[in-house]
Design a protein. Structure first.
Ligand SMILES: Nc1nc2c(ncn2[C@@H]2O[C@H](COP(=O)(O)OP(=O)(O)O)[C@@H](O)[C@H]2O)c(=O)[nH]1
Ligand SMILES: [Mg+2]
Length: 405
């Protein structure tokens, strides 16, 4: 392709192919149209429309997937012209999310996004049904079937939103409990290796698959593998270009974990030829979420697969990145050291002496501070540790002299 716009469109189409594959479809072929020739009625110009019809006839295709969002009218006209089902990128992504949603929270989030997507498109669905007539007594005076159905969908949306508000409240209670904790969120393009890294860092099992959007649920755990007490880490849903905005709104509570984080690990698939563009997309999404100014560690993942030349170029773009392979567990120590550094920046090194009889206080300190040195004297312990301001305050209030350093 000569121009960068063409390359971008091709990349986007290739990604759409992966999305279709993840949604369970098989890609039979593709077609690219120059932007200048977009027709408001059918999106495709006359020539392209005929070309597509040829493809459909030749390969007995069931669905035409468009990379751009189509208006309800365009879908209607295209379906009439082509005689097959027409869907756009948003619908494919929504479908994948629906397949992948495991927790009841994620299910509600997806259902809400689907309904909000469908609401303006109801006309198409119900036009012929309304002619069949609705049940007796369901229609208000002067209400058409379409209006009844719109009202029902709006009511359903309202009740789902209420449910989600409940979930959001519960999440914020959970967050409050972790208020003293240092919060790390893993972000990145879909399939970059976030869940794999999460698994390595927390030493737990989470769902990993070489598919787009294997994870749509946010999971938060304690950071297990490193000596960073009171540090929790969240695995998040992947970002992608042109993520339907209904989804972003519905997953607000989940994404809130990102907004609230003290540190972001931005995982980049260094083996992807689109690594730089994907990282840029993620950065854009972070900015729109107002999480653009957070401390970030760029994690160049999958170095076991990456070409040296590509890695060099990524190093140039992200000079302070940590290079790892989450799958092969390469260089994980360097990453955990970087996380620890960030945790320490929020803490101070203190030395304090605690009587051995203060068992509860001692065990609390063990849980919440990073111990550097611990010496048992006759009736007390001398501890040097990295402590957060809450712990320092608590120790001072209890009358234990705290020495800095
Ligand atoms: N070769 C290689 N594959 C990896 C690495 N990290 C993750 N993967 C694979 O990449 C795919 C997507 O991983 P996943 O953690 O689900 O990505 P997520 O969508 O960002 O959560 C899976 O097939 C992983 O096994 C790595 O360091 N090297
Ligand atoms: Mg995942």
């Amino acid at each position: 392709m000569r121009d960068s716009r063409g390359r971008e469109a091709n990349d986007s189409l290739e990604e759409l192919g992966l999305l279709v594959d993840t949604a369970g479809g098989v890609v039979a072929g593709h077609l690219l149209q120059k932007r200048e020739s977009i027709s408001p009625r059918t999106f495709l110009g006359r020539g392209k429309l005929e070309e597509l019809k040829g493809l459909i006839g030749r390969d007995s295709i069931d669905v035409a997937v468009f990379d751009e969002d189509l208006s309800p009218g365009q879908v209607r006209n295209l379906e009439k012209e082509l005689g097959i089902k027409v869907v756009d990128r948003s619908e494919v992504i929504l479908h994948i999310f629906a397949l992948r949603a495991k927790s009841s929270e994620a299910r509600v989030q997806v259902e809400l996004a689907q309904l909000e997507y469908q609401l303006p498109r109801l006309t198409r669905l119900w036009k012929h049904l309304s002619r069949l007539g609705g049940g007796i007594g369901t229609r208000g005076p002067g209400e058409t079937q379409l209006e009844v159905d719109r009202r029902r969908v709006r009511e359903k949306i309202g009740s789902l939103k209420k449910q989600l508000a409940g979930v959001e409240k519960e999440r914020s209670v959970q967050r409050k409990k972790r208020e003293n904790a240092f919060r790390v969120a893993i972000v990145g393009y879909t399939n970059a290796g976030k869940s794999t890294l999460f698994r390595v860092l927390t030493e737990t099992e989470v769902f990993v698959e070489d598919r787009l959007f294997a994870t749509v649920d946010a999971t938060t755990r304690r950071l297990g593998s490193i000596r960073a007490p009171s540090t929790v880490i969240t695995d998040t849903v992947g970002f992608i270009k042109k993520l339907p905005h209904h989804l972003v709104t519905s997953f607000h509570a989940t994404l809130e974990e990102v907004v609230q984080a003290d540190l972001l690990l931005h995982v980049v698939d260094s083996s992807s030829s689109r690594a730089a563009q994907q990282a840029a997309t993620v950065e854009d999404v972070l900015v729109t979420m107002q999480a653009g100014g957070k401390p970030v560690i760029i994690v160049l993942n999958k170095i076991d697969l990456a070409e040296e030349e590509a890695l060099q170029s990524l190093r140039y773009q992200f000079p302070s990145a940590v290079e790892i392979s989450a799958l092969k567990r390469v260089n994980i120590d360097a990453l955990t050291e970087r996380i620890l550094e960030a945790v320490r920046q929020r803490r101070v090194l203190v030395t304090v002496e605690i009587p051995l009889s203060e068992k509860r206080l001692l065990s609390h300190l063990r849980e919440s501070c990073e111990f550097v040195e611990e010496r048992t004297l006759t009736d007390r312990v001398s501890i040097q540790c990295w402590a957060g301001s809450d712990e320092v305050g608590r120790l001072s209030r209890r009358g234990f002299p705290v020495r800095f350093g």
